[in-house]
Ligand binder design. Structure first.
Ligand SMILES: [Zn+2]
Length: 568
C-alpha cells in the first residue's frame, strides 16, 4: 500500500503564511496535506514533479457571480485557469435563491443587465430545481464541481421573496416581513451559507452602473439601513458568517458609518467593494486606506476587496451592456433589444441628452477607441479615439460613435481604456496591508470583462515585474487573507491537515495569453476569455484538475457549507 495518494516532489514551497520559502515534498492523502518535508523514501500512487517550480496554496476568489455558470461549467472558468481553487458566489446581493417559481423569469432578466449574463444561457443552463436557499445548496451539492464553492445569501432575492418585487422597491418592510427575512437568513445559515451580500449604490438609481433589467435600481440599492442592521444581527447572534457590500461613492462618509455599524452589531468580518485607484484622483484611494486604518485601530474587521487589474473593456453596443448606466439618458437608450437600441441611438431627438452627459464608468468617453469596424468605408477610423474621430468627421465625439455604430447595426467594436492604468497607483492599492486582491466578477459581464486573470496578473505585475512585494506576501494575500476573511476552514495555507488545494507553477514562465472569443456557452452564446501559461498543476482537494492549462476532467471541488467541505 502506498504511503500517500499523491506526492508533489522537489518544489519550492511558499506556504501562504508569509514565512520564507523552503524546499520540500508534499504528501497528500484523502484530499488533505498529510505531510510536508523530505519524503524521499515514501511511496505514492501518483508523483508530480515540481522541480524548478513553486508550490503554493490555490487562490481564493471572494468576488464572483458563477451562480448561473457553474451549472454548465463545473470549473468556473476563467477563474480556475488562473489557479483559483475556491470561489464565493452570490456577490453584490444577486443570485437565484430563494425564488418563487413564478419569479424565475424575472430573476434571470435581472441578471442580464446588472451582471450582463446572457439570458439564453441562463434559460438553457439553470436547472431551477429549488425554491428555498437550502434547496439551492442541495442542488449545488449534487452537481459535479471542479472548484470549491461557498455561496452568500444574496439579499435581492431574499427581500423579493418575502415582499414581492414591487413592494421591495417601493416601501419599507413591516416588522413581520423583517422577521421573516431574518428567519430565512437563519435557515440558510443553518444549511451552510457563508453570510450575506448586498449592493448599495445610489438609491435614486442615478449614477448607478449595475441596474435592474428595466433600468430601475436593484432591490438592495433601495434597502433601508434598518433592514441591513437586522440581518447583520442575525450573523452576530450566530457568531457566524461574513458580509459583502458594494458601496456608493456619492456620500462616502454616510456609507462608511453604516458599514462600521454593520461591523459593530455583527462582530463579523465585512468585505467591501471596492478599493481601487483612479488615475485622475489619487487622493480617493488614499482616503479610503486611512479610514480602514482607523477601523483596525477601533477593532472593526472591515477588509477591502481591491481591484488590482487594469480592466480595459472591449464591447459593441448590440450587447446587453450595463457599462453606461451611470447616465440616465444612456441607460434609457441602451434598454431593449438591438432593434430598440438602433432606433433610440439613431434618434436625433435623443442626441442632445446623450451628448450632454456621456457615461464615465467605462473610461473618459472621448478616450474610447474604435477597435474594429464592419464596413470597409470606415477603415480610416480604426484605432482612433472617439475624440479624434469626432474631430476628423467634424462632429461631436458622441455623434461620431453613435452614427458609426448605428450604420453598422451596432456591431462596431470599441475599447474603453480603464480608469486605473497607472501602475504606481495600482501598486499602492495592491500593497495596502489588508487589501484582498480580486473583484474578478467571474461568471458576469462575460462579453466584455476578463478580470478573472487577476491572480496571474498580480504575480506578474506586483512581484516578478514590479518588485512591489515578495512572493511570500503575494501568496498570503491571494489565499490566506481571503480564507481568513471569509471563514474558509483549513484552507488558504499549505499546512499538515489542511485541504490540498495547490498550484504548482513556473514563476519565470508565468504569462497572460491574449483575449479570445470562446463559443462554449449554452444556447450557442459566446464570451471573452483569457488563459495563462505557466500553471503546471492545479489541485483541488488533492485531485489534479488542470495540467498545463488542460482540464483532467476531475470534479473534486466541494460545496463548502459553513466554509468546510463535508465528505459524503
Ligand atoms: Zn459583483
Amino acid at each position: 500500500m502506498s504511503d500517500f495518494d499523491t506526492i508533489i516532489r522537489g518544489g519550492t514551497i511558499i506556504d501562504g503564511s508569509r514565512m520564507p520559502r523552503f524546499k520540500a515534498d508534499i504528501g497528500i492523502k484523502d484530499g488533505k496535506i498529510a505531510e510536508i518535508g523530505h519524503l524521499g523514501n515514501s511511496s505514492a500512487k501518483k508523483v508530480l514533479d515540481a522541480s524548478r517550480m513553486y508550490v503554493a496554496p490555490g487562490f481564493i476568489d471572494l468576488h464572483t457571480h458563477y451562480d448561473a455558470q457553474l451549472f454548465w461549467d463545473p470549473y468556473c472558468s476563467i477563474s480556475s485557469w488562473h489557479g483559483v481553487t475556491s470561489v464565493v458566489i452570490g456577490n453584490c446581493g444577486f443570485g437565484f435563491a430563494p425564488c418563487h417559481p413564478k419569479d424565475r423569469e424575472r430573476a434571470m432578466l435581472t441578471m442580464t443587465r446588472t451582471e450582463a449574463i446572457p439570458y439564453e444561457c441562463m434559460k438553457a443552463g439553470i436547472p431551477w430545481d429549488w425554491e428555498s436557499f437550502p434547496q439551492f445548496l442541495d442542488s449545488l451539492e449534487r452537481r459535479p464541481k471542479g472548484i470549491n464553492v461557498l455561496p452568500y445569501v444574496p439579499l435581492t432575492p431574499l427581500i423579493t421573496y418575502v415582499m414581492g418585487l414591487e413592494a421591495a422597491k417601493t416601501r419599507k418592510p413591516t416588522d413581520a416581513e423583517t422577521a421573516e427575512m431574518c428567519r430565512l437568513l437563519d435557515e440558510a445559515m443553518d444549511a451552510g451559507a457563508g453570510g450575506w451580500s448586498a449592493q448599495r449604490l445610489h438609491p435614486s438609481g442615478g449614477n448607478c452602473v449595475q441596474r435592474d433589467f428595466d433600468g430601475t435600481p436593484m432591490v438592495t440599492d433601495l434597502m433601508h439601513n434598518e433592514t441591513a442592521v437586522a440581518l447583520a444581527r442575525v450573523l452576530g447572534k450566530r457568531n457566524e458568517g461574513f458580509i459583502q457590500m458594494v458601496l456608493s461613492t456619492s456620500d462616502p462618509r454616510a456609507d462608511v458609518r453604516h458599514l462600521e455599524e454593520l461591523a459593530e452589531v455583527s462582530g463579523r468580518p465585512i468585505i467591501f467593494q471596492a478599493l481601487r485607484s483612479t488615475d485622475s484622483r489619487p487622493e480617493a484611494h488614499r482616503y479610503t486606506m486611512k479610514w480602514l486604518d482607523s477601523c483596525y485601530e477601533r477593532g472593526l474587521r472591515i477588509y477591502p476587496q481591491a481591484i488590482v487589474t487594469d480592466s480595459g473593456l472591449t464591447f459593441d453596443l448590440s450587447e446587453d451592456l450595463n457599462l453606461f448606466d451611470d447616465s440616465e439618458a444612456w441607460c434609457e437608450a441602451m434598454l431593449g433589444n438591438v432593434e430598440d437600441k438602433l432606433h433610440k441611438l439613431g434618434d436625433p431627438g435623443r442626441r442632445a441628452a446623450l451628448r450632454e452627459r456621456p457615461p464615465q464608468t467605462a473610461a473618459d468617453f472621448w478616450d474610447i477607441i474604435i477597435a474594429d469596424v464592419k464596413q470597409p468605408e470606415h477603415k480610416d477610423l480604426l484605432g482612433l479615439t472617439l475624440g479624434a474621430a469626432g474631430e476628423k468627421l467634424g462632429k461631436h465625439y458622441v455623434d461620431a460613435m453613435l452614427d458609426l455604430a448605428v450604420s453598422e447595426r451596432l456591431r462596431t467594436e470599441f475599447f474603453a481604456p480603464a480608469h486605473n492604468t497607472r501602475l504606481d497607483l495600482q501598486t499602492e492599492v495592491a500593497k495596502y496591508a489588508y487589501a484582498i486582491p480580486g473583484v474578478s466578477d467571474g461568471g458576469a459581464h462575460t462579453k466584455f470583462l476578463t478580470a478573472g486573470v487577476y491572480p496571474t496578473e498580480y504575480l506578474i505585475n506586483y512581484v516578478r515585474e514590479g518588485g512591489a512585494m515578495s512572493l511570500e506576501e503575494a501568496h498570503w494575500k491571494l489565499s490566506a487573507l481571503p480564507a481568513y476573511a471569509a471563514g474558509f476552514a483549513e484552507r488558504g495555507i499549505l499546512r499538515t491537515g489542511y485541504a490540498a488545494d495547490i498550484v504548482v507553477y513556473d514563476y519565470d514562465g508565468l504569462k497572460l495569453l491574449p483575449e479570445e472569443i470562446a463559443h462554449d456557452m449554452p444556447a450557442g452564446e459566446w464570451r471573452r476569455v483569457r488563459r495563462a501559461d505557466g500553471y503546471r498543476y492545479i489541485l483541488v482537494n488533492g485531485e489534479v484538475t488542470f495540467v498545463d492549462g488542460k482540464s483532467t476532467g476531475a470534479s473534486s471541488g466541494a460545496l463548502l457549507r459553513h466554509g468546510v467541505a463535508h465528505s459524503a
